[in-house]
Design a protein around this ligand. Structure first.
Ligand code: GLC
Length: 492
């Protein structure tokens, strides 16, 4: 018997087709790396209106197949991308996806993603391609583990299929009312009444909660976050069920595509550089200052930040100390991102009052993101919590030394500088504005010692952040999930 498994990887976002955040990046890089290890992994997402089949050269592979939905059927079709390295499928349904431009935030999101999930399973059946493992991500696909234990339990096609469920951010659980269970055809199983372990699940449907309860294996995107979410402080009400299933919960550190994020080959940059020769980084810094309208000053310490502009990302503590930093420290800020209006206003206001020192670009622009990593001396990520985090990895690879809150994936990837020469950045705790301020001051002090700074930069740039380690871990976990499903024991 060949050792290759069939894996169906389900994610509501996959780059370059649909993206709002880190999920889309992981869903693009991880399956490719897993495929290189020999498994037949295929990915599937909805064909949102913004995905144009003609422009992208998609081919229709299933014209019309039935999907059980709310005591009836809905019809879907299936498209495939012309990607030679990875089979990428799209579920088409005009009303739920095709006729709309955005990805989320419609009043019927519950129905839309229940449909996408169910249609993905039925598509596998109609392709006659039997998955050994379904790898589900986030709340949008979290009813699948529930179905496999109920609706599909005695279905010969799926009876031997195991489920790995990945949490990228417990903050987005997919909370809906009872109706979503009717649509999904599992209302006879009712709310999950766990009065002792999870009273929060008695009155609402938490899609993510169901994913956690029914999956064979649960993963999240860093070892620290896997521990944190088992505590009431980070558990968002689900910590009791996570503790209950802790022997099935694994923290697997995210990685990045190190070919796509490489300062030595990046054509978006005005100059290229590597850890052996940082001359190009000086050119990138000057170019960034010029492009963003900052004062051109080789001695100013440029602090870069690309992020959603929200509380979770630390903007509450950052905005409390931004102005004192601008007044008292030899720094400039290059900030990009969008999010909460009130932080936009604060940043716009500071930009007007300190135009040579703070530049703010609202929105997301990948080429500018690359220039920020390359042109910054320091990269700031003060997230209140951060399940995995990808920006700090890119920043380190581009020689921008990170200053981060010691939480989740940030804690696992940034090694705090210890005198005389070790570390890849600076971490702070507790989560408050004074600790943040102190960490930035500490970084600036060390920046005044070029030899030490150079060692930190060098260590940050040469560590291995590739997605391959995560791929190897999933390759093992798929086998463990399968064995748990088939024998009830972790290894067969
Ligand atoms: C979510 C998390 C982020 C993680 C990303 C990819 O966006 O908030 O920390 O890096 O998913 O897993």
């Amino acid at each position: 018997m060949s050792d290759s498994l069939n894996i169906l990887y389900l994610s509501a976002e996959i780059l370059p087709y649909a993206a709002t955040g880190g999920l889309a990046q992981v869903a693009a890089a991880l399956p490719r790396a897993i495929r290189r290890l020999g498994d037949d992994i295929r990915v599937i997402l909805p064909r949102y209106g913004l995905i144009n089949p003609e422009k992208l050269g998609l081919k229709r592979v299933l014209a019309h197949f039935p999907v059980p939905f709310e005591n009836d059927v809905e019809w879907a079709s299936l498209w495939r991308a012309p990607d030679p390295d990875l089979p990428i499928y799209f579920i088409e349904h005009q009303r739920f996806f095709g006729s709309r431009q955005g990805i989320y935030s419609f009043p019927d999101d519950g129905e839309r993603f229940v449909f996408y999930s169910r249609a993905s399973l039925e598509a596998a059946r109609h392709l006659d391609w039997r998955p050994d493992v379904l790898h589900c991500n986030e709340w949008q696909t979290a009813l699948i583990p529930n179905w496999l234990r109920t609706t599909y339990k005695d279905d010969p096609f799926f009876a031997r299929t195991a489920v790995v469920y990945t949490i990228h951010n417990l903050g987005y659980q997919g909370i809906f009312g009872y109706r979503v269970l009717q649509i999904a055809g599992i209302e006879q199983h009712g709310f999950i009444a766990h009065p002792d372990i999870a009273p929060s699940l008695n009155q609402v449907v938490s899609m993510m909660g169901r994913g956690i309860i029914f999956a064979d294996i649960i993963t999240t995107v860093s070892p620290s976050y896997a521990r944190e979410i088992q505590t009431p402080e980070f558990g968002e009400g689900l910590d009791p069920i996570l503790r209950d299933r802790s022997e099935r919960l694994f923290g697997i550190l995210n990685g990045i595509d190190v070919e796509a994020w490489n300062p030595a080959t990046d054509t978006a940059l005005p100059a290229r550089f590597s850890s052996d020769d940082l001359t190009g980084k000086q050119i990138c810094k000057r170019d960034l200052q010029e492009r963003m309208g900052l004062e051109i000053d080789a001695d100013a310490i440029v602090i870069g930040l690309t992020s959603r502009i929200t509380d979770q990302k630390g903007f509450d503590i950052l905005t409390a100390v931004l102005e004192p930093m601008l007044r008292l420290l030899p720094v400039q800020f290059a900030i990009m991102g969008s999010g909460d209006q009130r932080y936009h206003h604060i940043l716009d206001d500071l930009q007007q009052r300190y135009p040579r020192q703070l530049a703010y670009h609202a929105g997301y622009d990948e080429s500018l993101a690359r220039r920020i990593y390359a042109g910054s001396d320091i990269f700031l990520m003060p997230s209140r919590h951060e399940p995995g985090g990808l920006d700090q990895l890119k920043a380190m690879r581009y020689g921008a030394v990170p200053v981060v809150h010691a939480t989740g994936g940030l804690k696992d990837t940034v090694a705090d500088h210890k005198p005389p020469h070790t570390g890849t950045g600076f971490t702070f705790a507790p989560y408050d504005c004074m600790a943040l301020y102190a960490a930035v001051v500490r970084a600036i002090e060390i920046h005044h010692h070029p030899d030490i700074w150079r060692d930190i930069q060098n260590e940050a740039m040469t560590r291995d952040y590739s997605v391959d380690a995560a791929a190897r871990a999933y390759h093992r976990l798929y086998r463990r999930a399968r064995s748990l499903k088939l024998t009830g024991r972790p290894e067969s």
